[in-house]
Every structure is written in structure tokens, then in C-alpha cells.
Design a protein around this ligand. Structure first.
Ligand code: 13P
Ligand code: ZN
Length: 271
């Protein structure tokens, strides 16, 4: 059977961009084996024919009930699938799902039965929030950026405010492009609803959420923006770590210099 992407150039373009990001994740070393996952709300590209496509899976539970997702469609990385494979062929490493009217279950409609990521509750809770708040965010990205994850192994860096101040002070662009900073979720079981709920609370106030000893989560209008948010903050962590490797603790920009950036660029302090 033809791929759902055939004769749907807009949908294909959106997934090409997702694939490009998946390639970056692999090259950065953030996507070992099946590490990381992502979803993209593709409802805007759904035509009448797609709406009537029969399910190719049974009805599957999300794990949570999300009232704003009724009738929405998402591209999801498949559980156990590799980002580096997704980069070559998104429809072999992921699938398109339709959320059913009960807002608690979904079915797969294309191209083959690739079961969505185990972190689906976290992704869809954020997608539900994005719609409820009218944020325009369509993309959610979970990845394993090495330096940020390493920092989350020390109690010294588990306080969100303290970690954010360190990262902001490494290079002016960090504050300019991540003005809400990073929020740290204490360790919780991967794929759990507990982890998803805690992530939602911190995404409301931060650009990126760091899961202790695991990885990050970011949202954005598209996958490239969600990637950039993660990349900007991990770059700051890399600079900090490089200073530590040289044998000193990086001085960081002064609080006055950081405040000046906030004032001059009129940076937001909430979403
Ligand atoms: P999946 O293969 O189920 O997407 O899991 C990868 C992962 O990073 C879990 O946190
Ligand atoms: Zn993970």
C-alpha cells in the first residue's frame, strides 16, 4: 500500500523536518539505540480521505484522558525505534495515530502498525496543554543530551533556579533564547503518568524540562524549535563542563550582566 505521505506534500514537508531533527539528535550522541522520542500534531494536514481511513490497529489506551485531543492526529516515534532510522524514513520508525472520541484511547492509521513511544503519556499531556492554552505548539521532543543529564547526577544542580542561573550565565545567548530557563523533575519511572504530570507542571514555567538522571523534554511550534531550545541549554552545560575539565569552575556572567540582557532584549518571564 502507498505511504500516507504520497500526494500530501505539506504533511511530507512537516515530517521531513522531523526527520532532519532526528538526524541531528543521532549525530550529537543524544540518541543511543532507541533513546528519545517525539510527537508532532499533524491535524492541520488531515484531509477528508485521511479522516475516513480505517484503523490498522486495535483501540489502544493513552493512559490518561485528554479532553482537548478529541479528533486530533499525531505523528509519533515508535517505541523501540531508532532516531537514526527515523532520520532516513519517518514512516518506518513511527506512525500516525488518531485520538478517539473518548479522549483516552487512540488507533494507528498509517503506514504500518508501529506502536507509539512508551513516553506517549508525557507527549500527549503536553500536546493537550498546548491546545488548551492556544500556544500554537505542535511539537514535543524528549532526548538524552549528555551534559545536562550528567549535571542532573549531582544534588548541586537539581534545584531548577540554581541550575538555570548557572546556564544563563555561561553565554549571553542562553538567556536570550531560553529566557524561561530549565526546570528539573525529580527522578521518576520512564513512561509513567507521574513523570508526565510533573513534566507538565514544569513546562508551564520553563523552556526545557530536565528529567533527573534521564533526559530533557521541550515543546515548540515545530520540531526544529523544540530542538533549538534543548541545544541552547545543553551548549551552556557543555561550556560549564569544559571549564570544569580545565580545572576551574567557570566564573559566569555577573548577575548585573544577565539582568542587562533581560532588560535590553525585553525578554519574557512567562510563556
Ligand atoms: P521509546 O523507544 O519507547 O520511545 O523510549 C525511549 C526513551 O527514551 C524512553 O524514555
Ligand atoms: Zn528517554
Amino acid at each position: 500500500m502507498d505511504s500516507i505521505l504520497i500526494r500530501r506534500p505539506e504533511l511530507k514537508k512537516a515530517l521531513d523536518s522531523v526527520a532532519e531533527v532526528a538526524g541531528y539528535l543521532w549525530k550529537k550522541g543524544w540518541a543511543e539505540r532507541n533513546g528519545g522520542n517525539l510527537t508532532l500534531n499533524i491535524t492541520e494536514y488531515v484531509d477528508d480521505q485521511m479522516r475516513t481511513l480505517p484503523a490498522i490497529s486495535g483501540v489502544l489506551p493513552i493512559g490518561v484522558t485528554l479532553p482537548n485531543l478529541k479528533g486530533c492526529y499525531f505523528y509519533c516515534k515508535g517505541t523501540g525505534k531508532r532516531m537514526r532510522d527515523l532520520a532516513r524514513d519517518p514512516m518506518s520508525a513511527g506512525s500516525i495515530i488518531r485520538i478517539l472520541d473518548d479522549c483516552a484511547t487512540y488507533e494507528i492509521i498509517a503506514d504500518t502498525v508501529v506502536k507509539p513511544t512508551s513516553e506517549l503519556p508525557s507527549h500527549l499531556i503536553l500536546q493537550d496543554y498546548a491546545i488548551a492554552e492556544g500556544t500554537g505548539y505542535k511539537a514535543t521532543l524528549h532526548t538524552h543530551p549528555i551534559e545536562l543529564v550528567a549535571m542532573s547526577h549531582s544534588k548541586e544542580y537539581l534545584d531548577s533556579k540554581h541550575l538555570t542561573q548557572i546556564l544563563w550565565s555561561m553565554i549571553p545567548e542562553t538567556l536570550a533564547f531560553a529566557p524561561l530557563g530549565i526546570g528539573v523533575v525529580p527522578y521518576a519511572l520512564p513512561s509513567s503518568v507521574e513523570l508526565a504530570d510533573a513534566t507538565l507542571e514544569l513546562v508551564k514555567k520553563h523552556d526545557v524540562v530536565l528529567w533527573e538522571k534521564h533526559g530533557t523534554v521541550a515543546v515548540g511550534p515545530d520540531m526544529m524549535e523544540a530542538f533549538d531550545q534543548t541545544d541552547v541549554l545543553n551548549k551552556a552545560a557543555c561550556i560549564y563542563m569544559t571549564g570544569k575539565n580545565f580545572g576551574f569552575t567557570p566564573e559566569g556572567m555577573t548577575p548585573q550582566a544577565v539582568q542587562e540582557i533581560r532588560d535590553v532584549f525585553n525578554l519574557p518571564d512567562k510563556r
